[in-house]
Design a protein around this ligand. Structure first.
Ligand code: KG4
Ligand code: ZN
Length: 349
């Protein structure tokens, strides 16, 4: 039996969790910074890292307390080594290293985006039949990957510009909605009529599995502020039209994800199911669309508490990622997601 203490600090959430044997969540503490960044319409990296410093020790203490364990009970420290903001990453990484050094226990750095996929697989880990199709839809990433095992991935397609969550946030900002924009767009779209606007997903010539969301965002900008307008230009649509824009945007973005996921299932007929990860999985509309589109396919979604950034998915994945010695204490943060880093990472070490 191994208790893993996981730490997450890649962006604007400070998280710590204690997870038993990769699956059983004993505690999962997340301190959100949304109120701090909201006033600026997006995450301010310098403020994010300062807040991580202030809050990380209390968050770790609370996670130990909630799990009713002490540091002595922890067998492994896991931390999100990236991708993310450099200042934010350094706080979690150094906290994990310090804990491992002080307690003489191993530590391991895991990939945050891989952990988003693990969040959905965690409760079903015993029952999973590989290969699976992984679909990451988050604030920073959008990609499709073939999953042959935990730790064995082949990237099928990715975005050439904005991530889907980023597009939601930008479209919301254009309409003057608060940050983060995803939940705001979802709320508005419920009462909107998507057929009022003709928004289409972008196609990239010769790259059927890759995404591009930047054109869709520009389409929203020109629709609500006029042709060749800028972010700061005033709205030319009625307040009551925002819901239709939101519905049309959301439908275009999700139909793109679904179409490319379907194509991937056609290309790899041996794939047994789909695993979704990332903050956009919080959206009920995409869960409904997927249920209708793939009625026969096993689909795995993260539990609600694990859709957004959290440390339970880091601790859970850390358990699988750990290979005897763990990582060395000079492990560097990884600000960008190198897709090749995910391609067949640690099983091939
Ligand atoms: O996975 P995450 O925490 O960030 C990264 O790891 O990059 O996801 C945050 C993203 C934000 O872009 C946010 O707007 C989006 O997830 N999001 C949503 C919803 N809730 C969060 N997007 C659409 N609908 C939602 N309900
Ligand atoms: Zn994330």
């Amino acid at each position: 039996m191994t208790l893993v203490l996981g730490i997450e600090s890649t962006c604007d959430d400070t998280g710590c969790a204690v997870v038993r044997d990769g699956v059983e969540i004993l505690s999962n503490v997340v301190s959100s910074q949304i109120d701090i960044h909201n006033a600026f319409g997006g995450v301010v990296p310098e403020l994010a890292s300062r807040h991580h410093i202030d809050i990380i020790i209390p968050v770790i203490q609370k996670a130990l307390e909630d799990a009713n364990v002490t540091l002595d009970d922890i067998g492994l420290f896991a931390v999100a080594k990236g991708p993310g903001l450099i200042g934010s990453l350094l706080i979690g990484l150094n906290a994990a290293k310090a804990l491992a050094f002080a307690t003489k226990k191993p530590f391991v750095g895991v990939n945050h985006v891989e952990a988003h996929l693990y969040a959905a697989m965690m409760p079903a880990i015993e029952k999973l039949v590989f290969p699976l199709l992984g679909v990451v839809i988050s604030g920073g990433h959008t990609f499709l990957a073939r999953i042959d095992a935990i730790g064995e991935y082949t990237i099928i397609g990715t975005t050439v510009d904005d991530a889907i969550g980023e597009a939601f946030d930008k479209a919301a900002k254009i309409m003057g909605l608060p940050y983060p924009g995803g939940p705001e767009i979802e709320k508005l779209a419920i009462n909107g009529d998507s057929s009022r606007y003709d928004f289409k997903p972008s196609k990239i010539k010769g790259r059927p599995f890759d995404f591009s969301f930047s054109g869709l965002k520009t389409k929203v900008l020109y629709t609500v502020k006029g042709q060749s307008s800028q972010m700061k230009s005033p709205l030319i649509i009625e307040e009551s039209d925002k819901k239709h824009v939101a519905a049309a945007f959301q439908e275009a973005a999700f139909s793109d994800i679904i179409a490319k996921a379907s194509l991937a299932l056609e290309k790899y007929p041996d794939i047994n199911g789909i695993v979704f990860g990332g903050g956009v999985t919080n959206n009920d509309a995409i869960r409904d669309i997927v249920a209708k589109k793939f009625p026969e396919t096993p689909v795995f979604w993260p539990a609600r508490a694990l859709t957004q950034d959290n440390a339970a998915m880091i601790a859970g994945l850390g358990y699988h990622h750990y290979s005897q010695e763990g990582d060395a204490l000079d492990l560097e943060p990884m600000t960008r997601l190198a897709l090749e880093d995910l391609d067949n990472t640690y099983n091939k070490k």
